[in-house]
Design a protein around this ligand. Structure first.
Ligand SMILES: [Zn+2]
Length: 425
């Protein structure tokens, strides 16, 4: 199939024609309007980008809009998340945003359906109902999850395009992902610079820096004490708990330097939010949704970067699909391990790789458990493997399956060995 033919198979593209495309005379604007009126659009995130996206979609003429957000409104959101007022602090972002736009537009045909919860709460059937999904998220994990979900739906069903917007200060980007056809989010994971991370095993066993103690409190202890609760860096009680936990850890290992401001810096990963950048990126995302649904113009192919910090610059390029992509590719990721690496070293190494980025990995092969984090009795059984040499646990070329609670899919790693048998001194 040609790219154009593939595009034509996308729900709900009418035909691969448009008034500003190759075959303007064949464009049927009635069908386009019908598609606009009947398409279901899902917006993920009702924060800085989400408020803009919901407003734009409603004003563009979409009538059936759904929005998911697990967060509640914080006073610090009010400077840019313009659908919220002081009296809304503490309420669900999705619910307040949906109600505000519905009431402000005042169109009886417009229905915005909010869901106050996690994207992971919904199953495949839920996601299959949408014509397009627009993400206004600030989390890599959530994007990886929805991307993998949409790719798996698109493998057996109609293709559901994913439009992803992101901003960081005065910079931003928007992209269109046609799952299984174009490059997916996971294909370009290595473009994202992961925030400074520390090896999980160091955090768990041999902390040396104050940051290790804070990460321990954040990555390990928090989940044990509050298994079903997300840490909220805007909640003073959560921050106080994290600081106290990190401090007691630091005292235990005689580490100095854990302060409340360092705790905030490490866990919050503070990024300034600029309202105008959100507006620019949200506008681009909504334009793409409009073009996809009405097929009026060629869509973004497939990545646009915007920079407003050094004058203004914008650039569009096509990210390539990756053969080794864990979500849409066909082969696993190749890793060259040193012969002397223990399983623990291996886990530390892969956790830091940009195209893998896992925080709590469990590793298996087709025949063996290498290391499992859960359930606890299997963790105990597999823990001794951490100190064994990987080259004694698997054969060269053998595939290791990595799972992580934050990812809906597993990663395939194909491991080969080189180098000395003993750790070089
Ligand atoms: Zn991919």
């Amino acid at each position: 199939m040609t790219f154009r033919e593939e595009l034509a198979s996308i729900k709900p593209l009418l035909e691969s024609i448009g008034p500003y495309n190759e075959f303007p005379e064949e464009y049927n604007s009635k069908d386009a309007i019908e598609a606009l009126l009947t398409s279901k659009v899902l917006v993920i995130g009702a924060g800085g980008l989400g408020c803009e996206i919901l407003k734009n979609l409603a004003l563009t003429g979409f009538k059936d809009i759904h929005v998911i957000d697990m967060d509640t409104i914080d006073i610090s959101n009010l400077n840019r998340q313009f659908l919220f007022r002081t009296g809304d602090v503490g309420k669900s972002k999705a619910q307040v945003a949906a109600k505000f736009v519905e009431e402000r537009i005042g169109d009886k045909q417009l229905k915005i359906t909010p869901y106050f919860g996690k994207i992971q709460d919904k199953d495949l059937e839920y996601y299959k109902q949408f014509s397009v999904v627009i993400c206004g998220l600030d989390s890599v994990e959530a994007r990886r999850w929805i991307n993998a979900t949409l790719v798996s739906i698109s493998e057996s069903n109609d293709i559901i395009p994913m439009i992803d917007g992101g901003t960081e200060g005065l910079r931003g980007q928007s992209r269109v992902i046609l799952p299984t056809i174009s490059s997916c989010y996971e294909c370009s994971l290595d473009l994202i610079s992961p925030r400074t991370t520390y090896p999980v095993c160091t955090i768990a066993n041999t902390p040396r820096l104050p940051e290790h103690c804070i990460e321990w409190a954040s990555v390990i202890k928090w989940g044990q004490v509050f298994p079903n609760q997300k840490f909220d860096a805007d909640n003073p009680e959560d921050v106080e708990w994290m600081y106290t936990a990190a401090l007691s850890r630091a005292n235990e290992f005689n580490i100095e330097g854990v302060t409340k401001s360092l705790t905030l810096g490490v866990v919050k990963n503070i990024i300034p939010a600029i309202a105008s950048t959100n507006a620019v990126i949200a506008a681009s995302c909504c334009n793409e949704a409009f073009k996809l649904i009405t097929n009026s113009n060629p869509i973004l192919d497939n990545y646009m970067t915007y920079s407003g910090d050094d004058s203004i610059f914008t650039f569009t390029f096509e990210l390539a699909k990756k053969n080794t992509c864990s979500v849409c590719g066909v082969t696993g990721i190749s890793i060259i391990a040193q012969n002397w690496w223990t399983l623990e070293t291996f886990i530390e190494e892969i956790s830091e790789k940009k195209d893998i980025q896992v925080k709590q990995p469990s590793l298996t092969t087709s025949s063996n458990y290498l290391y499992l984090r859960n359930p606890p009795h299997l963790e105990e059984i597999t823990r001794p493997n951490l100190n064994k040499k990987l080259s004694n646990l698997i054969n060269p070329g053998e595939e290791i399956i990595v799972t992580d609670p934050n990812l809906p899919m597993s990663l395939k790693l194909i491991v080969s060995f080189e180098g000395p048998e003993l750790e070089p001194i």
